[in-house]
Design a binder for this molecule. Structure first.
Ligand code: ATP
Length: 302
């Protein structure tokens, strides 16, 4: 079952489309890594999903139904900086929200969640004295107060050092594994995202460029051979004909990446036999960052 589906979602600000014909699919149990360059539209999408901003077009379905107040209540949200009262303790911040939500046993819930996010021992310290990592942990605790089935986390790793980012990642993985919570997380920290995401969505200029599973990303990042040859167009046609089982990608500099053939010699000799001079042929490993930067930026040519 898909927990989130959007169809042709749009948001315009003063005639400019920030989100444009945007289709998204998040399955139950996913940790969905939502990636895009600055200004691509991630926060705008998150705000619409959370019911904080009204779409100017398209539809949102949550938990298989039209997005209404009931569906939104099943969601925990951490968008931009957590809204904390700096003069209050972590406990009081949590308690205030728990009371607003009308939780049955707020004290027990607040104690349990503060322990879960690793803030059980912060005592009387005011949140304005918290480190960035502590603030994000508390933001996560606040988002969890209503026992959500779905968490929307917009840049929860922003401003965190690697240790802080790892701590938040471990909490997200536990929430997903132990409590079955579906998570949508936007982040520029691709290295951390790569260690937890089960599915990815890539947004560029307000549009979904591609959705793919972690296994598909692994495959895209697999080893390949990179080839520079005198006549790239002819080389590509020839290789596609010779090696129908392989996959090819033409790069912006007209080099060709070859996936699915380990032996460089067979490629070299196929081109040499056709009289095409090979200028370079070497093994290349594409990492997660290179893959996503290619998809997010304008240079991607698929
Ligand atoms: N309230 C607003 N009024 C006008 N334009 C807006 C508003 N909110 C967002 N935008 C514009 O919409 C576009 C998408 O912004 P958004 O904040 O959703 O991007 P983002 O992918 O979250 O970027 P970042 O990673 O920098 O947070 C940008 O061009 C932004 O300037």
């Amino acid at each position: 079952m898909n927990v989130i589906e959007t169809y042709g979602l749009e948001k315009s600000y003063g005639g400019k489309r920030a989100v444009d014909h945007f289709d998204m699919h998040v399955a139950k149990g996913d940790i969905y890594g939502f990636v895009g360059l600055n200004g691509a539209g991630k926060s705008t999408v998150m705000k619409m999903l959370a019911g904080l901003s009204k779409p100017t077009g398209g539809d949102i379905r949550l938990f298989g139904e039209d997005a209404d107040g009931e569906a939104i209540r099943r969601m925990g949200v951490l968008i931009e900086a957590p809204g904390l009262y700096g003069g209050m303790t972590a406990y009081d911040n949590m308690m205030l929200k728990a009371l607003c939500l009308g939780l049955v046993d707020p004290k027990r819930k607040v104690d349990e969640l503060l322990g879960f996010v690793g803030l059980g021992g912060v005592g009387k310290k005011k949140t304005k004295q918290f480190s960035m990592g502590m603030k994000q942990r508390l933001g996560l605790g606040l988002a969890l107060l209503g026992d959500p089935d779905l968490l929307l986390l917009d840049e929860p790793l922003n401003g965190l050092d690697p240790e802080g980012a790892r701590g938040i990642r471990e909490l997200i993985v536990r929430l997903n594994g132990e409590r079955g919570i579906t998570v949508v997380i936007s982040s520029h920290v691709l290295e951390q995202l790569g260690r937890m995401a089960t599915r990815y969505g890539v947004i560029r200029n307000g549009r979904m460029v591609r959705e793919l599973t972690a296994a598909e990303v692994d495959q895209e990042c697999s080893d390949c051979l990179q080839l520079s040859a005198a006549d790239p167009t002819r080389s590509l046609a020839l290789l596609q004909e010779h090696f129908p089982q392989a996959r090819f990608q033409v790069m912006p500099d007209n080099s060709i990446r070859v996936f699915g053939i380990a032996d460089a010699a067979v490629i070299g000799s196929a081109l040499n036999d056709a009289g095409i001079a090979v200028q370079g042929l070497y093994a290349h490993r594409r990492d997660l960052e290179e893959f996503f930067v290619g998809l997010m930026g304008d240079e991607y040519r698929g």
